[in-house]
Ligand binder design. Structure first.
Ligand code: ATP
Ligand code: MG
Length: 413
């Protein structure tokens, strides 16, 4: 017997309960696709003839949340560990006037609901009780042929919701499928319209693509359908140069990177910290994400000459919280350029033989000490602290007393 997740089990119970109350209820969309691919779905969506109010009544107001009642969507909260399942009334969507979301929805048959979905492989239903796939859009054939194809006229589907362009690239890349040529042409023609989509939704798709093992293909495909130049105009010139090939290789060579690391690998050629920050802000990334990405790009050459750096400079970089990402980025970059890995190996070796209390020792002298000595905080104050810290990291002083003596000498310089 195959083991199923608690959420999957809960979704089956939901279908059973809706069915007992006389409604049609089916698994819908991504979870059907994932099951046919032999993967456990991330989340389960149920589609039903029951109206949102009926769904809430059946499962109780306390155990349901109205996440988009106007779109017919109710979230049913599962028992501990089972998460939640979205239950949506079969619906067609009214006209899309803004290229992002429909003006209204109308309840309809499963067949019509299938046709409002984006790609054929995402447009199937599954009856978990009779274990039967209901495929009104040719999704199973495309799944077998490994093709991402818009349901219906691709131009029209992209016109309705421009995010579908990026979703097409994401599914093609992460599933390692091809992009149907007519769908690809529609995207290429309308790529510039991606700008109407919110930065957050674009960033969310980019994250999924960049952390995936197929990140190189995602970026290549996004470039092929002209979406890269819309999302990252700053990279446009690089996209036509040999540096672009190196960038693709660098992305490919990262091993299970965080989103931030993969973004840094992509934006590395921009070199300039402020340009990278501008890109990250435009994408509405969090402060932490912006900070990490910009730091990695700004510090990309810090370890180039690692064996010849002062101990202090080496320790400062290797004690930094983003150090592991920096080393991984540099390793991938060197491999992408077929350069020697010597300096990276030197750093890794240094880290292996340097205990943390030597790499990043507790400071002999802090700002509090300087204040106690009667100095006023300011630029000079900071500069003195750096000098003392460098001396400590360089092993030129070995005690707090020596540090304090050095403060006085420095201050009087
Ligand atoms: P994943 O969750 O792995 O990203 P998914 O296919 O489950 O993939 P969701 O965004 O969770 O994607 O959406 C669930 C389903 O809703 C999809 O399978 C698709 O049928 C439909 N859908 C989602 N977004 C759109 C869209 N922008 N246009 C049309 N249909 C969509
Ligand atoms: Mg999903």
């Amino acid at each position: 017997m195959t083991v199923i997740s608690p959420q999957h089990q809960f979704a089956i119970e939901i279908v059973g309960k809706l069915r007992s109350a006389g409604h049609v209820a089916l698994f819908a969309g991504g979870c059907v696709r994932d099951a046919l691919l032999g993967r456990e779905a991330k989340d389960y969506d149920v589609a039903t003839t029951a109206r949102p109010e009926e769904v809430r009544k059946l499962f109780g107001h306390k155990r349901t949340l109205s996440v988009g009642a106007s779109f017919g969507v109710i979230m049913v909260l599962g028992p501990h560990g089972a998460g939640q399942v979205e239950v949506a009334t079969f619906r067609t969507e009214g006209p899309y006037l803004d290229g992002r979301r429909p003006e209204s929805v109308e309840y309809c048959t499963p067949q019509d609901d299938a046709r409002r979905r984006d790609f054929t492989i995402n447009g199937m239903f599954f009856d978990p009780i009779e274990e039967r796939v209901l495929d009104y859009v040719g999704g199973a054939a495309d799944l077998n042929a490994k093709v991402i194809r818009a349901i219906g006229d691709p131009h029209e589907r992209v016109r309705e919701d421009k995010l579908r362009m990026l979703r097409a690239v994401r599914f093609a890349a992460t599933l390692d499928f091809s992009l149907d040529p007519t769908t690809a042409d529609a995207i290429r023609e309308m790529s510039s319209e991606l700008v109407v989509v919110s930065a957050e939704r674009i960033a969310q798709e980019m994250k999924k693509m960049l952390v995936d093992v197929h990140r190189r293909r995602a970026v290549e495909l996004a470039d092929d359908v002209r979406l890269m130049r819309i999302i990252f105009p700053e990279l446009d010139e690089i996209c036509r140069e040999s540096e672009w090939q190196t960038t693709l290789r660098r992305l490919e060579l990262l091993e299970s990177p965080s989103f931030e690391l993969a973004m840094a690998a992509l934006l590395k050629p921009l070199s300039d910290k402020s340009v990278v920050e501008k890109v990250c802000r435009r994408m509405k990334l969090s402060n932490d994400e912006c900070d990490r990405i910009a730091w990695l790009v700004a510090h990309q050459t810090d370890l180039d000459d690692a064996p010849r750096l002062s101990l202090a400079a080496l320790k400062r970089t290797l004690a930094h919280p983003y150090r592991d990402d920096l080393l991984m980025l540099e390793r991938a970059d060197r491999k992408a350029n077929s350069s020697s890995l010597e300096t990276i190996e030197f750093c890794e070796d240094f880290l292996a033989r340097t205990p943390v209390e030597v790499l990043d020792p507790i400071p002999f002298v802090t700002g509090d000490d300087l204040i106690a000595l009667g100095f006023k905080p300011g630029p000079r104050f900071k500069a003195v602290l750096v000098v003392i810290r460098d001396a400590q990291l360089n092993l030129q002083i070995s005690s707090r007393e020596e540090g304090l003596a050095m403060v006085l000498a420095e201050w009087n310089k």
